[in-house]
Design a protein around this ligand. Structure first.
Ligand code: S3P
Length: 426
């Protein structure tokens, strides 16, 4: 249980948000499959990325971690060994779905499991297309739910039109494509985050992208490379939101990833009237990054739908909070994927915000928020979902009374320094 108090003045200061979760996972995976020594700087040492790192240690990869620096001595995929224990993927959907792609093509047997939330998330979105490539995967619900077992097989390339908007599915198939005979092409309906494609290129894979399609050709040995992980815009989002809703605030978030497939939150906030400036832009390893300065701003409601959704999917909980402080109606549509995140985020967001006094209605594929409403104190639940917990903490900053959060431990999944950083700007 955590008791949270409202702030009495504006927030001010600079924050180096932790490394990007999606990029940290991919860096460990590709460095472990590559030949040679890769150094990863600003690695996110949250629980999710540690699950990925431990998985490769169990497959015999030498991985040294000193704080936020990780050094991986890759010997190539053919040197990976059958793990002697089942792999624990904790709460991490990204680890599970991407590793299913990798493990399907490795010549050994693996069992994977996770926590209660992960065990109820659908895996058939990756299992079905992987089976088309020749993968042998089994588990509950005909291979839809963890625990799953994978017996690595020779895979063949396929052309796959994705029926869901998911970077994890795209990435799983491209990673399996590394081991498949011939070409593997994945076509998306809407562009989702493209860190896998970018990083595969950096490691020397034969991958081409054209519009909404990516094609990988197998049998290239990946070559080690150094990676700098930009700050996670999905973590920065909580402080962007805090600054725009707490009067008299100005915060700068440094070295944040600005990959266009992730910056929907900036576009949405600007459209709501937020005062946001970007400076010191640079590009490292194909990924854009920069500093973001954000100030308290009067806001208006907007409609968030269509192509922007995958560009801000993880930021919707905190955007809904911001919308409670915007004049007029905010409508979020086409976000049905929210129902199968760490929890059903449509239900969790509407529950937490309405408990605090917001006018918010859940819909089939999103929510409608009627602002501007004051927020009050109350007892809220985290649903053991890191992004719901952090949204609740940021909401408490402007609440009229004390907010009690049932459990803040899930925050360690993506942002272990969250409370320290929050303290620093108060
Ligand atoms: C991620 C993709 C998204 C996102 C998740 C991380 C990734 O999931 O919500 O937090 O690293 O590829 P989906 O692919 O299920 O949309």
């Amino acid at each position: 249980m955590r008791t949270l108090h409202p702030v009495s003045k504006g927030l001010a200061g600079n924050i180096d948000v932790p490394g990007d979760k999606s990029i940290s996972h991919r860096a460990v995976m590709l460095a472990s499959l590559a030949n040679g020594t890769s150094r990863i700087d600003n690695f996110l040492d949250g629980e999710d990325c540690m699950a990925t790192l431990q998985a490769f240690r169990h497959m015999g990869v030498s991985i040294e971690k000193k704080g936020k620096q990780v050094i991986i001595e890759g010997k190539g995929a053919s040197h990976l060994q059958e793990p002697s224990v089942p792999l624990d993927f904790g709460n991490s959907g990204t680890t599970t779905r991407l590793m299913l792609g990798i493990l399907s093509g490795l010549p050994f047997f693996t069992t994977i499991f996770g926590d209660q939330s992960l065990s109820s998330r659908p895996m058939d979105r990756v299992v079905k297309p992987l089976r088309k490539m020749g993968a042998s995967i089994d588990g509950r619900g005909n291979g839809n739910y963890l625990p799953l077992s994978i017996r690595g097989k020779a895979l063949k390339g396929i052309e796959y039109k994705m029926p869901v908007k998911s970077a994890q599915v795209k990435s799983a198939l491209l990673l399996a494509g590394l081991f498949a005979d011939g070409e593997t092409t994945v076509k998306e309906m809407v562009k989702s985050r493209d860190h896998t494609e970018k990083m595969l290129k950096a490691f020397g894979a034969d991958i081409k992208t054209e519009g909404l399609a990516a094609t990988i050709t197998s049998k290239t040995q990946l070559k080690a490379t150094d990676i700098f992980v930009p700050g996670d815009i999905s973590s920065a989002a909580f402080f962007l939101a805090a600054a725009v809703i707490v009067p008299d605030s100005e915060i700068t978030l440094r070295k944040v990833g600005l990959n266009e497939t992730r910056t929907g939150i900036l576009d949405a906030l600007k459209q709501m009237g937020a005062d946001i400036e970007i400076h010191h832009e640079e590009e490292i390893g194909g990924e854009r990054l920069g500093d973001i300065t954000v100030r308290y701003s009067p806001l208006n409601g907007i409609t968030i739908e269509g192509e922007i959704i995958p560009r801000l999917i993880d930021e919707i909980p905190v955007l809904a909070l911001v919308a409670t402080q915007a004049e007029g109606k905010t409508v979020i549509r086409n976000a049905e994927e929210l129902k199968i995140k760490e929890t059903d985020r449509i239900l969790a967001v509407t529950d937490v915000l309405s408990t605090l006094g917001a006018k918010i209605e859940p819909t089939e594929d999103g929510m409608i928020i009627y602002g501007k409403t004051p927020l009050y104190g109350g007892k809220i639940k985290s649903y053991h979902d890191h992004r719901i917990a952090m949204m609740g903490v940021i909401a408490s900053l402007i609440a009229k009374d004390t907010v009690v959060l049932d459990d803040a431990s899930s925050i360690n999944i993506s942002y272990p320094e969250f409370f320290q950083h929050l303290q620093h700007i108060q």
